[in-house]
Ligand binder design. Structure first.
Ligand SMILES: Nc1ncnc2c1ncn2[C@@H]1O[C@H](COP(=O)(O)OP(=O)(O)OP(=O)(O)O)[C@@H](O)[C@H]1O
Ligand SMILES: [Mg+2]
Length: 506
């Protein structure tokens, strides 16, 4: 009998249907898997064999051929264990019911239990969109699957229970979403509030602009001036993720296998702060079987690169394309994969190796050549992609100990939300969410400059030797500043403020 088992292969974040079938020959016992399987799928042989036996079924002493089709899609990872095992049980008539309306995914352990498997959310989205009525997944992953409506989700603990269900001996009920929904209403608590940060008004204003328009920011200052603290407040003034964004981001974490079993949903903006020893692959993604890197995990959120110059230069150079396009393309033997990577880059640095060259109270002990060498660690093209270049000076003692109350995150966030609303109206019907994502054509239609503003921008561009990219980025930032001020037209005061945040010495 040849019944086909449906499963799913992931190509980056997207899923594709795979069919699994098995047949037997009366030859020396052997299990052969064909159809471009990777090493992890090849290893499935041993797991499947033992899982079948240990679940009380018979593993035939024949030559078994398992075919994964279509043959031109590479099958990666252990999610095919379950469909392969089922195909063998079908071929040996140990399952004889109709199961072609279902999708099966899951890694098996040697005793036949199912293990948590990466990529269940995109698989479920795909299954639903392709018209499947049922999906069988490891019980550990059932919560993430329930984000998708309109498909019956069956949580499976082990193979013998699943076969009992398929053979209609002991039915497993699909998940009742009503029992789960409450788990997703998680209230967000932020690590640090803006009100914890004393003074540093300019940096706070810059962070507000960054949050409102999605602009990148770099903070420079002596040790202990509050750069890291300020960066950590950014999530608290950003708007909440929309439902669409929640699904988008959760899908990424599902593919990366980073969803928590208890709360398998990413409903707060990601804040990723990889260490400067991270490799290029860890940062941008890739590897033999490409996985999302930090920049993709930071999608729709913040990528915080603390101690920016400490990152190896070639690692930072990888950020060029994603900073421009909001996606990362990863080349591989079978064509290119793209992962989304639309994040706000927040970087922090000291101005020199000892950290005090910009400090008014403590003497810098670095030589001029050391300072130049340190500052050259970050390439011009990377700095050119950063809109807001901010000095964070040492905080004066009076400020630090003052009783004065600082503005809290909730109030700042309110202004950010209003600016975002204006942007949502502006970009309705397009894929753009924030001003920073505007391309030249949108800049042309949404950011007309009056004569004064244009004059100011032109002379600043010449005087500061700014690039064409900087020219456009200043206009985009001016748009955000006008949006924060609730003003329809960009004026020269908006442009002037935007210019002062650009890097001066290039
Ligand atoms: N503006 C501030 N308001 C309140 N506390 C501050 C402020 N600036 C610094 N601090 C205190 O100093 C600590 C260190 O600050 P932070 O780690 O942000 O410094 P940094 O600028 O990142 O220094 P480094 O360059 O050494 O990384 C904070 O955890 C906080 O306790
Ligand atoms: Mg720091």
């Amino acid at each position: 009998m040849s019944i086909i088992i449906n499963s799913i292969a992931l190509q980056g974040l997207e899923a594709e249907k795979i069919t699994v079938e098995a047949d037997m020959l009366n030859e020396l016992p052997n299990l052969v898997i064909v159809g471009l399987p990777d090493a992890a799928v090849q290893e499935a042989k041993e797991r499947v064999k033992l899982a079948i036996r240990n679940s009380g079924f018979e593993f035939p002493r024949k030559r078994i051929i398992v075919n994964l089709a279509p043959a031109d899609i590479r099958k990666e990872g252990p999610a095919f264990d379950l469909p392969i095992a089922l195909a063998i049980l079908v071929a040996t008539n140990q399952i004889n019911q109709e199961i072609s309306d279902s999708i099966f995914i899951g890694e098996l352990s040697l005793n036949g239990d199912l293990r948590s498997t990466a990529g269940v959310l995109p698989a479920t989205i795909f299954a639903k969109n392709s018209g499947f009525k049922k999906i069988y997944i490891p019980a550990q992953n059932c919560h993430e699957a329930t984000l998708v409506e309109g498909i019956d989700i069956y949580p499976i603990k082990n193979m013998s229970k699943l076969v009992g269900h398929l053979q209609k001996e002991k039915i497993i009920e699909p998940i009742d979403r009503k029992l789960l929904n409450n788990q997703f209403n998680i209230t967000t608590q932020f690590e640090v509030d803006m009100s914890f940060v004393k003074g540093q008004e300019q940096a706070k204003r810059a962070l507000e602009i960054a949050a409102a328009g999605g602009h990148n920011i770099i903070m420079s200052g002596p040790p202990g001036s509050g750069k890291t603290l300020l960066a950590r407040t950014l999530p608290s003034i950003m708007p909440e993720l929309t439902n669409e964004e929640i699904l988008e981001v959760t899908k990424i974490y599902s593919v990366a296998g980073l969803l928590a079993t208890e709360t398998p949903i990413i409903n707060t903006r990601p804040f990723r702060s990889p260490h400067h020893t991270s490799s290029g692959v860890a940062l941008v993604g890739g590897g033999k079987y490409p996985k999302p890197g930090e920049i993709t995990l930071a999608h729709r959120g913040i990528l915080f690169l603390d101690e920016f110059p400490e990152f190896p230069r070639q690692v930072l150079e990888n950020l060029r394309q994603p900073l421009e396009d909001g996606v990362i393309s990863i080349s591989r033997a079978q064509g290119t994969l793209t992962f989304p990577a639309r994040f706000i880059l927040v970087a922090s640095q000291n101005p020199c190796p000892c950290g005090y060259s910009s400090d008014q109270e403590k003497n810098c002990t670095c030589t001029p050549s050391q300072i130049i060498k340190y500052q050259k660690k970050i390439s011009g093209p990377i700095l050119d992609r950063i809109d807001l270049h901010i000095e964070v000076p040492r905080l004066k003692m009076e400020k630090l100990t003052a009783d004065e109350e600082e503005e809290c995150s909730a109030d700042i966030r309110q202004r950010v939300l209003q600016a975002r609303e204006r942007q949502a109206k502006r970009f309705k019907g397009t894929k753009i969410l924030t001003n920073s994502e505007m391309r030249p054509q949108e800049i042309k239609s949404f950011c007309p400059l009056d004569e004064n503003s244009m004059q100011l921008l032109k002379s600043a561009t010449q005087k500061l030797n700014l690039s064409a990219r900087s020219f456009h980025r200043i206009i985009k930032m001016s748009r955000t500043i006008a949006d924060l001020n609730q003003e329809e037209n960009i004026g020269s005061h908006h442009v002037a403020e935007a210019i002062q945040y650009r890097q001066k010495d290039s």
